[in-house]
Design a protein around this ligand. Structure first.
Ligand code: NAD
Length: 359
């Protein structure tokens, strides 16, 4: 029995969560497995109904579950609240902290059918698109290192952040990345800034140490400034990238942009036990309620859940293949319709149904 907490959230969150449910129902029938789903409130809607963005009832549901599936949260209605009460700060960060979700996985996939959506030239992309997995450390680095703050010194103000990594933090993210690389092209690129940063020198040493446990995986080290260029020059050279929190933050957004379609990008945040799966995009208040949101990022997040939380590669692959088939048949939500001449434009519900039918 797989236990899933479904947190639809705000804006287009409930619309795409509905399509994820449809896919899960199809998977249950097709693969004959048992999945129990409990729904909880999170984000703005939880503030409206429970006066807090991450209510205790939702925490209990998440504690019970093996995997958490989140739609998206936030929107203009809650942007005037004090920062510490706003949905993302008051719900997403505590959620990641509660389950020590230290490994953020972002598959960056350009499907061959959506090559025209990428801002990269066709001669760089080739005919097959690309598929990169970015593994970003999520709970350490300069975002959390102490001391941190703005201090007065000799009559001037000083802004201070501390970039820090411990060997155990690097070791555990390295293991996640090597395990993933082992099951893909067996190539890992570790991105750091070891020419100037002590924390990066430690990072590199630990990666090399962990590499001894994975002789089948080849490891390349790259400085972050070079990596940001290489992603655009030749994305095909990358398979799995592992990097720290800040470099990963920047590189994963750069890489996401190369796909040209935010409605297609899924993510997973893994901890020691539980994991969180969510689309990369936000609650898209500008299109909420119009029935045109692309549910694919959410559906691909469901695929990641089956792969990483439930070790069901066959189910994950069948969901991903169903997405590919629907794209090949020409179906597009408006955000990915682009310049395709023969696009068959569909809404959220129809896209979800088409994918579910093809599983
Ligand atoms: P956004 O990702 O919500 O939207 C950016 C643009 O992409 C919009 O034009 C939107 O219509 C479009 N878009 C996004 N997802 C789409 C989809 N599935 N299908 C079609 N089009 C899609 O980013 P934003 O506008 O900067 O943020 C809106 C709200 O979401 C804010 O309150 C922000 O704080 C919040 N947010 C939440 C999360 C999260 O829940 N993890 C992440 C980012 C932003």
């Amino acid at each position: 029995m797989f236990k899933v907490a479904l947190l639809p959230g705000d804006g287009i969150g409930p619309e795409i969560a509905q399509e994820a449910l449809k896919v899960i129902e199809k998977v249950k029938a097709r693969f004959n497995i048992e999945i129990e789903i409990r729904e909880g409130l999170i984000g703005g809607i939880a503030i409206d109904e429970k006066k807090t963005a991450f209510p205790d009832e939702t925490k209990e549901i998440c504690d019970w579950a093996d995997a958490i599936l989140l739609g998206a949260i936030g929107g203009p209605k809650w942007e005037t609240l004090p920062p510490e009460q706003q949905p993302e700060r008051a719900a997403l960060l505590p959620l990641r902290k509660r389950y020590e979700l230290y490994a953020n996985l972002r598959p960056i996939v350009v499907f061959p059918e959506l090559i025209e959506a990428s801002p990269l030239k066709r001669e760089i992309l080739g005919e097959s698109g690309f598929d990169i997995m970015i593994v970003r450390e999520l709970t350490g680095d300069v975002y959390f290192g102490q001391p941190k703050g703005i201090f007065e010194e000799n009559g001037h103000l000083k802004g201070l952040d501390t970039m820090v990594y411990h060997d155990w933090e690097v070791r555990r993210i390295a293991k996640v990345a090597f395990e993933i690389a082992k099951n893909r092209r067996k190539e890992l690129t570790s991105v750091d800034k070891a020419n100037v940063l002590a924390s990066s020198v430690l990072w590199r040493n630990v990666i090399n140490d962990v590499a001894k446990e994975y002789p089948e995986v080849s490891v390349k080290h790259m400085y972050v400034d070079n990596a940001s260029m290489q992603l655009i020059r030749n994305p095909h050279q990358f398979d799995v990238i592992v990097t720290g929190n800040m470099f990963g933050d920047i590189l994963s957004d750069e890489a996401a942009m190369l796909t040209g379609s935010i409605g297609m990008l899924a993510s997973a945040s893994l901890g020691e036990g539980k994991a969180l799966y969510e689309p990369v995009h936000g609650s898209a208040p500008d299109i909420a309620g119009k029935g045109i949101a692309n549910p694919i990022a959410m559906i691909l997040s469901v695929a990641l859940m089956f792969r990483y939380s439930f070790c069901k590669n066959d189910i994950a692959s069948s969901i991903e293949e169903a997405v590919r088939v629907v794209l090949r048949e020409g179906y597009r939500t408006p955000d990915i319709a682009g310049i395709s001449k023969n696009a068959r434009i569909v809404g959220t519900v129809e896209m979800g149904s088409l994918i579910a039918e093809r599983i």
